[in-house]
Write a protein that binds this ligand. Structure first.
Ligand code: F6P
Ligand code: MG
Length: 420
């Protein structure tokens, strides 16, 4: 663990995230209390206490204790912990066990503190951070949406413009993934400048770019359904929705399934509540393109050209090669897709099983049988795993940027068209 990003994550990043929850809830306690009819002082105190206790457990390398709430995934988690205990010969602990799953466990434990409440059961401990990230990104949101509106007009008149526009919105969507709040320890990491202006500068930082492969695939058949497995709220969600809107208006598919998390996850991941809140906020922004799309997107949800889905599998401690076993319904549903876009670092890690593959291993190999439908990952790198590179490319990039694997400044658009 010592020579990977796991060590600084467990030692520093996770405790910072937990401390920030306690600080924020304490600092904003009056505002939080005012949102409820009943007195929530005790429940708020209990959430703060649980997060502080959890921070101490992480820092002192305690073992992962079974969950004690009554959420419908509790037994699945506890069985997972039991199996890990049997496999490893002792219960999983923070500095010893697989980083990916300990990190997932941390977010599930945070949720446990909320699940145990009666009044605050729906509370989102990261809500304030996510809302701020959205408000900080209003300017780039307006820029991208204006560009989308103009593009829609242009492609109506000239369909030959579709490929270039497709690649542009795909890239906006990729770099939108820079803005997650877990890598920044919950600190401000919003997109503030024009996302279009930075595209040129970032072009050399796209280590793998399969956008032609994806586009050819979409154009070569009569695609109906595209899925986007969402990652972060804030500007990244805006970039995803713009991409989804583009795909529909360019006639590249007729339905988009958007997949969100069942509870607050990795600080900024999108929940249904974030999704609804975002659309509602867009409706309040006085800007020609933004108010237009706020309206259009409401309509898309009503007429089911957009379908928002939530599944517990996305917040379970399993990688995607295990989906068929642990979430057969989700797997079968994804098999109906013409293309699944996976957003972000965590999805990438779960696609690859978070294993330390040589950099030159093919993406297809690393998926280890997870071929429900053609898929494409859009990910800025914020952890140690990265595959599909030509021999020697990792050394070249490292010479240029020592922290290339974890600083979010390098991205991949990597597709695998294989299906089972
Ligand atoms: O901490 C683990 C991690 O996967 C980081 O690598 C990254 O900071 C974060 O979680 C999630 O990133 P993303 O929002 O892109 O999935
Ligand atoms: Mg995320």
């Amino acid at each position: 663990m010592a020579n990977s990003f796991a060590y600084p994550t467990i030692k520093e990043r996770l405790p910072v995230i937990l401390a920030k929850i306690a600080d924020t809830l304490y600092r904003t306690r009056d505002k939080i209390k005012s949102q409820y009819q009943e007195d929530v002082s005790e429940e708020l105190k209990s959430i703060i206490g649980s997060c502080s206790k959890l921070r101490n457990e992480v820092q002192t390398n305690k073992v992962a204790v079974p969950l004690q709430d009554s959420r419908n995934d509790t037994q699945v988690w506890n069985r997972y912990l039991q199996a890990a205990t049997e496999r490893e010969g002792s219960p999983p602990s923070w500095f010893k066990s697989a980083w990916l799953y300990m990190e997932c466990y941390m977010y599930r434990r945070i949720q446990e503190s909320v699940e145990k409440c009666n009044i605050m059961k729906e509370f989102d401990v990261f809500g304030e951070q996510k809302e701020k990230s959205f408000t900080d990104s209003v300017y780039p949101t307006e820029i991208v949406m204006m560009h989308l509106l103009e593009t829609q007009q242009k492609i109506k008149e000239n369909a030959e413009l579709v490929p270039e526009a497709f690649k542009l919105f795909l890239k906006v969507c990729l770099w939108g993934n820079k803005c997650d709040l877990s890598i920044s320890g919950g600190e401000d990491n919003a997109q503030k400048s024009s996302p279009l202006e930075q595209l040129g500068k970032l072009e050399p930082n796209i280590l793998i770019n399969d956008s032609n492969v994806v586009l050819n695939h979409l154009c070569s058949r009569n695609c109906k359904r595209i899925d986007i497995v969402l990652d972060n709220a804030g500007f990244e969600l805006i970039s995803d929705l713009c991409f989804a809107e583009f795909l529909l208006s360019a006639g590249l598919c007729s339905t988009i399934y958007l997949h969100a998390k069942a509870f607050p996850w990795f600080v900024s991941d999108v929940t249904k509540k974030d999704f609804d809140w975002t659309l509602q906020m867009l409706g309040q922004i006085n800007h020609i393109a933004v108010s237009n799309f706020a309206q259009v997107w409401k309509e898309r949800l009503n007429n089911s050209s957009w379908i928002l889905q939530v599944d517990d599998f996305w917040t379970l401690p399993y990688d995607y090669s295990q989906m068929e076993t642990y979430a057969p319904d989700l797997y079968q549903s994804l098999q109906k897709s013409d293309m699944i876009f996976f957003k972000g670092d965590l999805n990438y890690r779960k696609l690859l099983g978070d294993l330390r593959w040589p950099f030159t291993t093919s993406f297809e190999t690393c998926l280890r049988g997870f071929y429900p439908a053609p898929l494409c990952v859009l990910r800025t790198s914020k952890s140690d795993v990265l595959v599909g590179l030509p021999e020697g490319r990792d050394e070249e990039v490292k010479a240029q940027d020592e922290d290339w694997l974890v600083n979010g400044n390098w991205g991949v658009i990597n597709a695998c068209l294989k299906t089972k």
